[in-house]
Design a protein around this ligand. Structure first.
Ligand code: GLY
Length: 375
C-alpha cells in the first residue's frame, strides 16, 4: 500500500483554499448543483440541505477555522423552519440532520443540536411501515400521487440517525425500526450480482412486495451507480451498528460489482447497465460516496482483505482529485466536476454536486486518520 499522506494533505489544503473563498459567497445556504460555475441554492427542505454544513464541519475539524463552524451552525438553525413542515419533510431528514445537528453534537457536545436531532429521529421513526418493515421514502409529489408503499436504497444512509438516537436515549425503538428496514434492504434491494434496485414498492396495507421501479437509474433492472454507492456505505454502516455478518457480505457484494464495473479512471458512469446509444455520462458523486464506503469496509474486514477495499477507495478519490478537481478554476464553486444528479429527468447532468463534494472531503479526512464518523 502506497503512502497516501502527501497527496491527501495537498488535496485537503486545496479544498480549504477553495471553500475559504466559496463560503463567503454561499454562506448559510443550501447549494445543490453548480451550473455554469455557480452553486444553485435550494430551499431548506430539499434533501441535499445537510451536505454543505456537513462539509464545513469536516473542514472545521481539520482546520479549527471558526468561520466555517459559524456558517454550519447558521445552516442548522435555518433548518428549524422545516422541522414542523409535515408536508415537506421526507425520509431524507436522516441525511439533513445527521450532517448538521448530529455532526455539531459529536464535535462540540451542543445540547440544542442533540435535542434537534432527537426530535427529527422521532419524525423519521414515524415513517416506518410495520407491516412491510420499511421506512416510507417520499410524500406525494403532486395532487393524487400515491407512494405510501415506496422505499428507496438511499434510505440506508438515513438509518444512522436512528441508531444514534437509540444510543443517546437508551430507547431501542429507533434501532428496532432501522434493523427491520435493513432486513428489507437485504431481502428486496440487493440483487445476486451485487447491483441494486433504486425503488422497491410494497402494498402499504399488507406489506407485500409489489415490484421495483428504475427511479434515478435507467430502468428497473439497470444498475444506478449512486444507488450502489449508497448501498456500499449504508450496508457497511448497518454491519457496524448491528454486527450482523449478512450486512458485511452484502456490502462486499455490492462493492465487488461496483469495482468490477469501473472504467479506467475509476470514476463510474451514472448507470452501469445502459443499453447501446444511451449517453454514459460519469457520476463523480457516486464515486465519492462509494469510496467512503469502500474505505469503511477496509476497517471492518480481516487485514488480509482490507487492502482490496482501501486501494479501491484510494483509486477513486485520487482520480477525483487529479482529474476531476477544480483547484485552478476560481470561476467554479464546486470542488469536483462531472456529477449526474437525475438523468431520467434530465436534471443537473455533468455538473459538480454538493454531495460529491461532501463525500470527497469525508473520504480525504478518513484517509488522514481515524475520525469519529458523523453517520
Ligand atoms: N437521494 C437522491 C439521490 O441520490 O440523488
Amino acid at each position: 500500500m502506497t503512502n497516501h499522506v502527501d497527496w491527501v494533505e495537498e488535496a485537503l489544503q486545496k479544498v480549504y483554499t477553495k471553500i475559504s473563498r466559496t463560503s463567503k459567497k454561499i454562506g448559510a445556504n443550501f447549494p445543490h448543483a453548480s451550473v455554469d460555475g455557480t452553486y444553485q441554492l435550494e430551499p431548506p427542505h430539499w434533501w441535499t440541505a445537510g451536505f454543505w454544513p456537513g462539509l464545513l464541519w469536516h473542514m472545521y475539524r481539520e482546520t479549527g477555522d471558526e468561520t466555517l463552524k459559524a456558517i454550519a451552525e447558521q445552516c442548522e438553525v435555518r433548518l428549524d423552519t422545516v422541522i414542523t413542515d409535515y408536508y415537506k419533510l421526507d425520509h431524507d431528514m436522516g441525511f439533513m440532520w445527521t450532517l448538521t445537528s448530529v455532526a455539531h453534537y459529536k464535535l462540540t457536545g451542543d445540547e440544542e443540536a442533540k435535542r434537534r436531532a432527537l426530535l427529527v429521529a422521532n419524525l423519521l421513526l414515524g415513517r416506518f411501515n410495520c407491516k412491510g418493515n420499511y421506512i416510507r421514502a417520499w410524500n406525494p409529489w403532486f395532487e393524487g400521487d400515491e407512494n405510501s408503499g415506496w422505499a428507496i436504497i438511499d434510505c440506508v444512509m438515513n438509518l444512522p440517525l436512528l441508531f444514534w438516537a437509540s444510543k443517546e436515549t437508551g430507547d431501542p425503538r429507533f434501532r428496532h425500526a432501522a434493523e427491520r428496514h435493513g432486513e428489507t434492504v437485504l431481502a428486496h434491494f440487493i440483487r445476486k450480482d451485487g447491483s441494486v434496485h433504486h425503488i422497491v414498492t410494497f402494498d402499504a396495507e399488507t406489506g407485500e412486495k409489489v415490484g421495483a421501479i428504475g427511479g434515478q437509474g435507467f430502468a428497473p433492472d439497470s444498475a444506478w451507480s449512486r444507488g450502489a454507492g449508497w448501498a456500499i456505505y449504508g450496508l457497511a454502516l448497518l454491519y457496524h451498528y448491528t454486527e450482523k455478518d449478512a450486512y458485511l457480505q452484502a456490502a462486499k457484494s455490492v462493492a465487488h460489482f461496483f469495482i468490477a464495473n469501473l472504467p479506467e479512471d475509476f470514476v463510474p458512469y451514472w448507470d452501469f447497465r445502459l443499453p447501446e446509444g444511451v449517453k454514459n455520462d460519469r457520476d463523480s458523486s457516486a464515486g465519492a460516496i462509494a469510496a467512503c464506503g469502500l474505505l469503511f469496509i477496509s476497517t471492518l474486514v480481516p487485514r488480509t482483505e482490507a487492502d482490496i477495499y482501501k486501494q479501491a477507495g484510494v483509486n477513486i478519490l485520487r482520480s477525483l482529485y487529479e482529474r476531476y478537481g477544480t483547484w485552478e478554476d476560481d470561476g467554479q464553486d464546486g470542488l469536483i466536476l462531472h456529477g449526474t444528479s437525475h438523468y431520467p429527468e434530465g436534471k443537473n447532468i455533468d455538473v459538480p454536486l454538493i454531495y460529491g463534494d461532501y463525500f470527497f472531503v469525508e473520504g480525504l479526512t478518513s484517509l488522514k486518520g481515524e475520525r469519529e464518523r458523523f453517520w
